[in-house]
Design a protein around this ligand. Structure first.
Ligand code: ADP
Ligand code: ZN
Length: 517
């Protein structure tokens, strides 16, 4: 009888398992239902590919994306493993031959979209096949609390139950908060004892956040120039921005191409190949890029327009440094980008509950952009784990002087209190800096005690408010138009029980004010 280690060496050429892999494989071979939560690049696929090779029956892999299936199947076939896919792109005349090969055991891994598994025809056909394992890839899609809910995922369990053979289930995901983990487990009948969760920390990544650089395109150009001959991905949030940034960088001599969902398939494939084989240094892309790519030496991932939530951010940024070598991930943050994401949510067709979840996630990424804590730690904690400060993110390395900003913070917090939780942070920023506009007059803001009490620019006040929210002195409530309230921690500041410190920032703006008069 083969053991997993032998199979690993024989088919994949690797000497050792990585963290978590062996544990998952052993449980699966033991016919238990398992939830595997491992970061991107950790090697989740092997967790079902190896059992597939060791069991006599078929392994069904439920996967959300056709491109993802294609890449996996190509590489399995290269290793001499029988694999095929059934999805909406499978030509009709190939469907029955594929099912026959699966029946005959010539195909060990059959990839399907969840939508196929919903169809009576496939359920019927699968009844003739001995299925040992169903692997549910990107399992967070099953949960409304996740960031990529997909309705057909909800019916996977019922589809599995309808099979004559009673396969075990392996759910896999890279981005599941504890709530999402629980939801997956409940829906797929997985017991808590069978959660295999490896560390979310990515010790070879240095996380960086940059707040509103003056000339963003130039900033990115310089950044790339400081990373000469290193492969990198720049994510941006619209096709138009992909095109304009690509042009900008091309003009300045960077070997770069754009990638987005609006391009022809053949152009996208070409760009992906050119990047894979190092003919291109940099790809500028929307989030359409990356799901299927397996380039291990990506040295940097830059998000030019923040990200819509931490799950997506970590997944996309996580494409850097899959080979384990030092790599950088940079998020460029400007408040305007968040407005864009807010707009996307507002105008999506989703139901209110789902929108609400997305707004909460948006608030969390704003907090990430404004926190003074270790960035790696911030993310790991978000996913329900803990780790020590990384010592190399832009916050850990921020050696600017720490300033006592208690008195500025008090002014903002008092203003929020005076406004009685009836306004959002932009109005708070305007009021506390004493903006002279119609809105202020309409609301009679000038009458308030703290109107204009903070001698900062409005933008800086907003940054301070974001900082106070990120660090729990203030909190936003409400979804579409969140209103700012004072937290217990904020009260402690007003009561003189706690001071507020911040690196750099305020000193800089005092300096600015002094120099601009
Ligand atoms: P994930 O799905 O978790 O993002 P993949 O399954 O695509 O990650 O694996 C990422 C890369 O790591 C692949 O190139 C894979 O071949 C490689 N890999 C997986 N397991 C091992 C291992 N035990 N040793 C070396 N490389 C591995
Ligand atoms: Zn850190």
């Amino acid at each position: 009888m083969l053991n997993p280690q032998v199979v690993l060496k024989k088919y994949f050429g690797y000497p050792d398992f990585r963290a978590g892999q062996r544990e998952v494989i052993d449980k699966v071979l033991n016919k238990e239902n398992v939830l595997a939560v491992m970061p991107t690049g950790a090697g989740k696929s092997l967790c079902y590919q190896i059992p597939a090779l060791m069991q006599s029956g078929l392994t069904l892999v439920i996967s959300p994306l056709i491109s993802l299936m294609k890449d996996q199947i190509d590489s399995l076939r290269q290793n001499g493993i029988g694999a095929a896919a059934l999805n909406s792109a499978t030509p009709q005349e190939e469907v029955n031959p594929i099912l026959r090969q699966a029946y005959e055991g010539k195909i060990k891994l059959l990839y399907m979209t969840p939508e196929r598994l919903e169809m009576d025809y496939f359920r019927y056909q699968l009844n003739f096949i001995d299925v040992d394992l169903v692997a549910v890839d990107e399992a967070h899609c099953i949960s409304q609390w996740g960031h990529d809910f997909r309705p057909a995922y909800r019916n996977i369990y019922e589809g599995i139950q309808s099979l004559r053979s009673k396969p075990s289930i392996l759910a896999l995901t890279a981005t599941a908060t504890p709530a999402v983990q629980e939801d997956i487990a409940k829906q797929l009948n997985i017991s808590q004892n069978n959660f295999v969760i490896t560390s979310f920390a990515r010790p070879n990544l240095s996380f960086q956040v940059v707040n509103s650089p003056k000339d963003k395109e130039l900033y990115i150009y310089n950044y790339i120039n400081n990373h000469k001959s290193e492969a990198g991905i720049i994510y941006t949030n619209t096709r138009k921005k992909v095109e304009s940034l690509t042009k900008y960088l091309q003009k300045r001599g960077i070997a770069v191409a754009g990638y987005h969902g609006g391009m022809e398939n053949k152009d996208r494939d070409r760009v992906q190949d050119d990047f894979q084989y190092d003919h291109l240094q940099v790809i500028v892309a929307t989030n359409a890029f990356g799901m299927g790519i397996d380039k291990s030496n990506v040295r940097f991932v830059v998000h030019a327009n923040s990200a819509k939530n931490l799950e997506s951010y970590y997944q996309e940024a996580g494409r850097a440094g899959r080979d384990g070598l030092e790599s950088e991930v940079l998020m460029i943050y400007s408040p305007g980008d968040l407005q864009t994401y807010r707009w996307f949510i507002e105008n999506s067709a989703a139901d209110d509950q789902y929108k609400k979840t997305q707004y909460t996630k948006l608030a969390k990424i704003t907090a990430y952009a404004n926190t003074s804590e270790c960035l790696q730690q911030f993310i790991v904690r978000y996913f329900g784990q803990d780790c020590p400060p990384c010592g190399k993110c832009s916050n850990c390395l921020d050696d600017r002087e720490i300033n006592d900003i208690t008195s500025e913070a008090k002014k903002v917090i008092s203003m929020v209190y005076e406004l009685d939780g009836r306004f959002g942070k932009n109005i708070v920023a305007q009021a506390v800096t004493g903006a002279k506009n119609q809105k202020m007059r309409d609301f009679g803001m000038q009458e308030l005690e703290h109107f204009g009490s903070l001698k900062l620019k409005q933008k800086e006040a907003l940054s301070l408010i974001n900082y106070l929210i990120a660090n729990n002195f203030l909190v936003q409530e409400g979804d579409q138009y969140p209103l700012v309230h004072v937290t217990n921690r904020g009260w402690d500041v007003l009561d003189g029980k706690e001071q507020v410190f911040r690196k750099g920032e305020l000193q800089l703006s005092h300096h600015l004010e002094a120099s601009t008069g």
